[in-house]
Design a protein around this ligand. Structure first.
Ligand code: NDP
Length: 247
């Protein structure tokens, strides 16, 4: 195990699967105490926490439905109340709905906004109160926060644009408190949300100069950098981790 995050308390939303799980593993391997949330995947979240603890790290899983307003704030308060100030906040939990705007239901629009934007807002709003100076906020946006390259992505793209700017606004407002806030915008990453053998996978691969999907671990390493003091002057910025797709 490395030690770049020794002694740091990390709160990772949606840590049960995919990119969130990879970030939790990477953080724990660098010495962080990881508190991860799950929505529907309780078993996976608890199994991941057990795996990390068995390997000598420190992790726990907490249920938190990010689509329910107030839940993220409630759980974040609970975590800080139990363990003390949070050092690293990762807004990762996310969902996508692929429906054209004309056919998008109120329900789907609200759900995408609730999970992808409102939950990060709730966490960021509490950051000044519940995070340690020197702390780091990392939001997992998407390269689709800067573009809408195909029909059916409207709600998702709008939510990822919003979370990008919300995070930059946090950087503006929280810098004097010693907090940094940055965005990671992944390109195609092989997870349940966007499997490398999915219907549009070949098309996505074609658009990536490296010619392949990214692995969740390749987001984890960038998150470790942003969480650690190695990035102490990196603030209010967006890092695309997309194999060159945005070149
Ligand atoms: P997955 O679908 O594999 O995982 C999504 C994660 O979010 C799960 O841990 C899930 O937890 C959690 N989640 C979803 N809804 C809720 C909810 N209501 N409450 C709590 N947790 C919830 O997706 P990825 O790992 O691929 O996505 C992670 C992030 O990366 C998202 O923000 C996504 O938009 C972003 N991203 C992904 C890309 C990709 O190509 N994969 C590209 C660009 C960005 P549970 O199962 O417990 O509900």
């Amino acid at each position: 195990m490395g030690g770049r995050l020794n002694g740091k308390l990390a709160f990772v939303t949606g840590g049960s699967r995919g990119i969130g799980a990879a970030i939790c593993r990477a953080f724990a391997a660098e010495g962080a105490h990881v508190v991860l949330t799950y929505g529907g995947s309780k078993d996976k979240a608890e199994a991941l926490a057990a795996e990390i603890n068995k390997a000598g790290g420190k992790a726990e899983a907490i249920g938190c439905d990010a689509s329910v307003m107030g839940e993220t704030a409630r759980v974040m308060r609970e975590v800080a109340g139990k363990h003390g100030p949070i050092d690293v906040l990762v807004n990762n939990a996310g969902i996508a709905r692929e429906v054209t705007l004309a056919k998008l239901s109120d329900e789907d629009w609200n759900k995408v906004m609730a999970v992808n934007v409102t939950a990060p807002f709730e966490a960021i709003r509490l950051a000044g109160e519940l995070m340690n100076p020197g702390g780091s906020i990392i939001s997992i946006g998407s390269i689709l926060g800067d573009r809408a390259p195909a029909p059916g992505l409207g709600a998702y793209c709008a939510s990822k644009a919003a979370v990008q700017l919300l995070t930059k606004a946090a950087a503006r407002e929280l810098g004097r408190k010693g907090l940094r806030a940055n965005v990671i915008q992944p390109g195609p990453i092989d997870t349940d949300m966007n499997p490398a053998d999915g219907e549009t996978a070949d098309l996505q691969r074609m658009m990536v100069p490296l010619g392949r999907y990214g692995k969740a671990e390749e987001i984890g390493t960038v998150a470790v950098f942003l969480a650690s003091d190695e990035s102490s002057y990196v603030n209010g910025t967006t890092i695309d981790v997309a194999g060159g797709m945005t070149a």
